[in-house]
Design a protein around this ligand. Structure first.
Ligand code: ARG
Length: 461
């Protein structure tokens, strides 16, 4: 079997290295199956428009259905054909003869063929990603629902900042994943256009019905401009950007799981399934799945950078460089596809140490903000004055009444005792549960506010 495409214009043998260099066969495994569907749609279109006669059309369809049912043979992936489109055509011609097999590529180019295949396959991937993100968000919501009263420290700069709850924290990630899902769904709409019928770029003189083939393949419409249809890869960039953004969320959560599972923090015990041990240290339980996931976020960002850089210098319309962008797309979406269900399992099976969280919730004067707020709310001080007084008391190492009184005289020239502040009032303000309970406005960590967030997100899912 020879490479039919070279036989007219070109001559000579090529080395295996050269063929390997040019070939996209590895990445084409992603699109081989949809390529047969694209063939069938094109064939039905040719037949419906009377461009191909019934007998060869029937023979071609039988061969295509057979290939679809039994899978493309290994020979079709031979690198001498450079890509699956040419390999498949050569195989078809070999099977049914050129008088039949040689009629399929009328009014078509590999340029519109590959763009159609990539978009079709990518639509499936986006749907799968959105599904897995919905599952992950469901997991976050159900774990959150069980922890609306689990008080824990919240951090800024990784320093104890103010108390919050585990539910509030998990819902923060759920919000981020909700936007990641929306970005993928929005990208889907722009992937969902059919390049088929654009041929090399100038469309074709055959009277193809592009609306018909687009509909057969499940696209919402044909691409409007045939040159754009074969040249555009911004849909690749857009999906990779959404994938990279999503993996950034994944990575931040993984980073926290790694941190939380240290002996220093001890907020979580990951299930053994998501951990590895050491070849030398018998005691080790390492959070390797979270670490690999954190690293994959870097890889996906790299795939995005690669795709942008490959496409940015290309003039209209098709350039072979585009072949080199596609594998980055598949690697990027595959990393997300693998990560999301594992992350969902890791969160769903994690044992959260609520005792450790409660013990840390009030550490590092994390309720100092609430004490300053009480001085404002109940005793009428300007916030900046209260902030300075409480800050000065922390500098002196305590928030008891005596220290606060000294700090008030020193930093503001006033007496909090004179204002009526009591030790009981201070103690109430410094209780982490109280600090959480009063933060009950929209978006806050108080159980009632979190309940609203939970029900809104459940509704959305
Ligand atoms: N394998 C190529 C790709 O992925 C197919 C497109 C057409 N090839 C060509 N030489 N015009 O982009």
């Amino acid at each position: 079997r020879t490479d039919q495409i070279r036989q007219g214009r070109l001559s000579g043998e090529r080395s295996g290295d050269l063929e390997h260099f040019l070939a996209s066969m590895d990445a084409d495994r992603w699109i081989a199956e949809v390529d047969l569907l694209v063939d069938m749609a094109h064939l039905l279109g040719l037949s419906r428009q009377g461009i191909i006669e019934e007998a060869p059309a029937r023979a071609l369809m039988a061969a295509l259905l057979d290939l679809h049912d039994h899978g493309l043979p290994k020979e079709a992936f031979d690198e001498r054909f450079e890509d699956i489109h040419a390999g498949k055509e050569a195989y078809l011609i070999d099977r049914v003869g050129e008088d039949v097999g040689g009629r399929l590529h009328m009014g078509r180019s590999r340029n519109d063929e590959v763009a159609t295949c990539v978009r079709m396959r990518l639509k499936e991937e986006i749907i799968a990603l959105v599904r897995s993100l919905v599952d992950l968000r469901q997991t976050l919501l159900s774990v959150a629902a069980a922890h609306t009263k689990t008080v824990m420290p919240g951090f800024t700069h990784l320093q104890h900042a103010q108390p919050t709850t585990l539910a509030h924290y998990l819902l923060a990630y759920e919000q981020a994943f909700s936007r990641d899902t929306a970005r993928l769904r929005e990208a889907y709409a722009r992937v969902d256009v059919s390049p088929l019928g654009s041929a090399a770029f100038a469309s074709t003189g055959f009277p193809l019905d592009r609306n018909y083939t687009a509909a057969l393949l499940g696209f919402s419409r044909p691409a409007q401009n045939s040159m754009d249809a074969v040249a555009a890869r911004d849909f690749v960039i857009e999906v990779l950007a959404a994938a990279a953004a999503c993996m950034t969320t994944v990575s931040r959560l993984c980073e926290e799981l790694v941190l939380w599972s240290t002996a220093f923090v001890g907020f979580v015990q990951l299930d053994d399934a998501y951990c590895s041990s050491s070849s030398i240290m018998p005691q080790k339980k390492n959070p390797d799945v979270a670490e690999i996931m954190r690293a994959k976020a870097g890889s996906v960002a790299g795939e995005l950078a690669a795709a942008v850089t490959i496409v940015k210098g290309l003039p209209m319309s098709y350039n072979r460089d585009l072949q080199e962008a596609t594998p980055h797309l598949w690697r990027g979406v595959e990393a997300v596809r693998q990560s999301i269900p594992l992350l969902s399992g890791m969160i769903g099976s994690a044992a959260f140490n609520t005792g450790r969280m409660a013990a840390e919730a009030g550490r590092g004067f994390s309720t100092a903000t609430e004490l300053a707020d009480v001085l404002v709310r109940d005793y009428g001080l300007p916030f900046r004055t209260a902030h300075r007084i409480v800050g000065r008391a922390v500098r002196h190492g305590s928030l008891d009444l005596a220290t606060l009184e000294g700090a008030a005289r020193e930093a503001a020239g006033l007496s909090v005792v004179g204002l009526g502040v009591t030790q009981e009032r201070i103690d109430a303000a410094l209780d982490p549960r109280h600090a959480v309970a009063v933060r009950s406005i929209v978006g806050g960590p108080a159980p009632a506010a979190v309940a609203v967030q939970l029900s809104e997100q459940n509704e959305l899912l």
